[in-house]
Design a protein around this ligand. Structure first.
Ligand SMILES: [Zn+2]
Length: 398
């Protein structure tokens, strides 16, 4: 659906205030709504009735044990957004997979699926595959296209905020000159928002996972690529041109391997799950997949444990700089390698303690993400959900 993107009318602005309040605080009474929006009771009631008729807001009586019942006779009526009034789609383009999820307005994931894909080298094939995955996901979730507010799309490359293109200096080699959001919009006929994969991972863990309620956080994605998503004051921080958080391409070993970005010894060449698995192949004498690497760690295999712990140390040294720079409350570790648990996390913690200033290290709790491989796709849907009050304010007409 193509929304009118001009300025909002006063009525739409007031509607937006109601919708934003209900998006952030489901189950709010009319009295609380008037207080938090600064609108009169009469205006709130008129707007809520209108939103109710449009099927966007629903009311129900406060439950028996609700605080708002205390002291008054009549049970207060609580208002929320109708979860199935609209939907968001998340898409996650990794280096070697595409994942899709359909979420309702309440952030409940109705369906998710994924497929291996040669994303790095075959952009057209990958975009076509994503179209099929989205169509199939909407069919399976029973959601018509015109109910979808938008598609959030995470991709494993920094995004130039001015042009909407990838900063593809070797990080996604096949994607030079391609505008992924426009390509995807053309295929789906749905509005698409593009964001870097580590940034949507951070958003996913903040909205749905380990970082709920945390406003200063760093999400470290240890996947086929390595990156960090930084959230400051509750908002994703992308930097002036969209490259903030590219810790995968910080020097970790001056005599290391040549990286896909063209530099030598980047963190990614030392600590990506693929690089760590490859380290073991010679000693074991057979190909080692990332899955196999994690199994070996779980079995307590000495070489696999050593390799993952050393990767953790290298990641921790780089993250220590980020901790010194931004003083986060939480460092969430995601991506496949996070599946190694304490074998990975403990060396990250010690390296942060050793290499960042004591008060910053003490403030930064380090934990694994709780969403696993779904953090990025859910965060991508979350990008759209965060804009849903705006989209709904425009859609509802008298
Ligand atoms: Zn690099």
């Amino acid at each position: 659906m193509h929304e009118n993107r001009g300025p909002l009318s006063l009525r739409q602005m007031n509607r937006l205030r109601i919708l934003e309040t209900l998006y952030r605080n489901p189950s709010t009474s009319r009295t609380e709504l008037a207080r938090s929006t600064g609108l009169s009771r009469g205006t709130v009631s008129a707007l809520v009735d209108e939103l109710g008729r449009a099927g966007v807001v629903e009311e129900r009586d406060a439950p028996e044990d609700d605080e708002s019942r205390r002291g008054s006779g009549r049970p207060p009526v609580l208002l929320s957004l109708v979860p199935d009034a609209a939907y968001a789609v998340g898409l996650d383009f990794g280096h070697d997979h595409i994942r899709v999820a359909v979420s309702d307005l309440a952030g409940e994931s109705l369906f998710d699926d994924w497929s291996p894909a040669r994303v790095d080298h075959a952009p057209t094939e990958s975009l076509d595959l994503a179209r099929e995955l989205v169509r199939a996901a909407l069919r399976s979730a029973g959601v018509a296209t015109d109910r979808v507010l938008g598609v959030g799309m995470g991709i494993a490359a920094p995004i130039d905020r001015a042009t909407g293109r990838l900063v593809a200096n070797g990080i996604l080699p096949g994607w030079r000159g391609i505008e992924p959001a426009a390509e995807m919009e053309g295929r789906l006929g749905i509005h698409v928002e593009l964001e870097n994969d580590a940034n949507v991972g951070a958003l996913g863990e903040k909205i749905f996972g380990a970082a709920r309620g945390v406003d200063e956080l760093v999400y470290v994605l240890l996947s086929a690529g390595i990156g960090a998503g930084i959230i400051l004051g509750g908002r994703p921080y992308q930097g002036v041109s969209g490259v903030a958080g590219e810790i995968g391409h910080v020097l970790a070993d001056p005599s290391g391997l040549i990286c896909r970005c063209g530099n030598r010894g980047c963190l990614e060449t030392v600590a990506s799950p693929v690089a760590v698995a490859a380290l073991l192949e010679r000693s074991i004498g057979e190909p080692v997949s990332v899955q196999r690497l994690l199994e070996l760690v779980a079995e307590g295999h000495r070489g696999a444990t050593r390799a993952v712990a050393d990767a953790g140390e290298a990641v921790g040294r780089v993250v220590a700089m980020v901790v010194n720079t931004f003083n986060p409350e939480l460092v969430v570790v995601g991506g496949e390698l996070a599946g190694a648990g304490a074998v990975l996390l403990d060396p990250i913690r010690s390296a942060i303690e050793r290499h960042s200033v004591a008060p910053a290290a003490a403030a930064a709790r380090v934990t694994a993400g709780t969403l696993g491989g779904s953090a990025e796709v859910l965060g991508a849907a979350g990008l759209i959900l965060a804009q849903s009050p705006h989209a709904l304010a425009r859609r509802v007409e008298r």
